[in-house]
Design a protein around this ligand. Structure first.
Ligand code: COA
Length: 264
C-alpha cells in the first residue's frame, strides 16, 4: 500500500526507527510495537481510505484478530484532506474521530520571543533523561503505576532512538531545571518529524517551545541532513497557532479513529 500522506509517512518512519514492525498487507498496514503494547498509536492499522458504510464491522473484526489482547482500537486513515469517512457504525462501536493538521517548512522556524533565562540544548545525560521523564509525568498529569510504566517505556524507546543517531531531543532549562522539551526524528531521507512538544505549565508562553523547535531545526539541518520539517497539531489546539507563527505552513489534514482502552 502506498502511503500518500506526509503525516503518516513520517509516523511510520518514526515507528520503524523505534523498532516497531510495519507490515504492508496490501490493502492496509499493521503497525505493532511489542515492547509497548499499551501504546495505542504504536499498535494500529493504517487504512488507505476513509471507511464507507459497512466497513466498520470488517475493520473491527480484523483489528481484534490482529491485536487479540488489546483493549484499545486505533485506526489511521491515509489521506490529505481529513476525511473521517462514514461515521455512524464506528461511533456506535465507541470510536471517536480525531483530526490533526500536518504542517511543514523548509526554512528555519523563527521564534516569536526569546526567554533570556533559558538555556536550550540537546539532552544527553542520564540526569537529563530522568528530568525528561519527570516533566512528561507532570505535563500529562500521570500519577498511577500503569501510566508511569507506559511513559517510562516510551522514553526508554526514545532514548534508544536518539542515542543511535536517529535524531535529537532538545530541552529548555531554567536554572538547570528542564522545563520544556521536544524531539526531532529523521531517517536520513531529508524529512525530519517533530515529536512530543511540551512545556511545564508554570513556564508557558515565555517562548520556550518556540526556542526548542528552532534549536532542533538548526541541529537537524546542520548535522542530520534534514531539509524538510514536519510537525503535527490537533486541529482545535492552540499549538497550531504557535507552529504557524514560527513559519510552518499547513500541508494536509490527518484523520484517525480511536477507542481508548478503559482506564483503571
Ligand atoms: C503547546 C505548548 C508546548 C506551548 O509551549 P510554550 O512554551 O508555552 O510555547 P511558546 O511560549 O513558545 O509559544 C507561545 C505561543 O503559543 C500559542 N499559545 C500557547 N499557549 C496558548 C494558550 N493558552 N492560548 C492561546 N495560545 C497559546 C500562542 O501563539 C503563544 O504566543 P503568545 O503567548 O504570544 O500568544 C504547551 O502549551 C504545552 O506543553 N501543552 C501541552 C502539551 C501539548 O499538547 N503539546 C502540543 C503537542 S502538538
Amino acid at each position: 500500500m502506498e502511503v500518500r500522506s506526509l503525516g503518516w509517512q513520517t509516523d511510520l518512519m518514526v515507528r520503524r526507527l523505534a523498532g516497531s514492525s510495519v507490515e504492508d498487507r496490501g490493502d492496509h498496514i499493521v503497525v505493532r510495537t511489542p515492547h509497548n503494547p499499551d501504546y495505542w498509536w504504536g499498535n494500529f492499522f493504517l487504512m488507505p481510505a476513509p471507511p464507507r458504510a459497512g466497513d466498520a464491522e470488517t475493520w473491527l473484526a480484523q483489528f481484534a484478530a490482529e491485536f487479540p489482547g488489546a483493549a484499545h482500537v486505533a485506526i489511521g486513515l491515509d489521506g490529505v484532506d481529513g476525511d473521517v469517512g462514514h461515521e455512524p457504525d464506528l461511533r456506535a462501536a465507541g470510536l471517536v474521530p480525531e483530526l490533526s493538521v500536518v504542517l511543514t517548512t523548509t526554512t528555519l522556524p523563527q521564534p516569536v520571543r526569546v526567554d533570556p533565562a533559558a538555556e536550550v540544548r540537546a539532552l544527553t545525560t542520564d540526569e537529563d533523561w530522568e528530568q525528561e521523564t519527570a516533566l512528561r509525568l507532570l505535563v500529562r498529569d500521570v500519577d498511577e503505576v500503569a501510566g508511569e510504566r507506559f511513559i517510562r517505556r516510551r522514553i526508554a524507546e526514545t532514548r534508544e532512538l536518539i542515542d543511535s543517531g536517529r535524531g535529537l531531543w532538545v530541552g529548555g532549562f531554567v536554572d538547570g531545571r528542564l522545563v520544556s522539551s521536544l524531539g526531532l526524528v529523521t531517517d536520513g531521507s531529508g524529512l525530519g518529524r517533530y515529536q512530543t512538544v511540551e512545556t511545564h505549565p508554570e513556564f508557558r508562553r515565555r517562548g520556550l517551545a518556540g526556542l526548542g523547535i528552532r534549536h532542533a531545526a538548526e541541529l537537524a539541518m546542520a548535522s542530520y541532513g534534514v531539509n524538510r520539517l514536519v510537525i503535527i497539531a490537533d486541529v482545535d489546539y492552540f499549538a497550531l497557532d504557535l507552529y504557524r507563527r514560527l513559519g510552518f505552513a499547513d500541508a494536509e489534514r490527518q484523520a484517525q479513529w480511536e477507542r481508548p482502552a478503559p482506564s483503571g
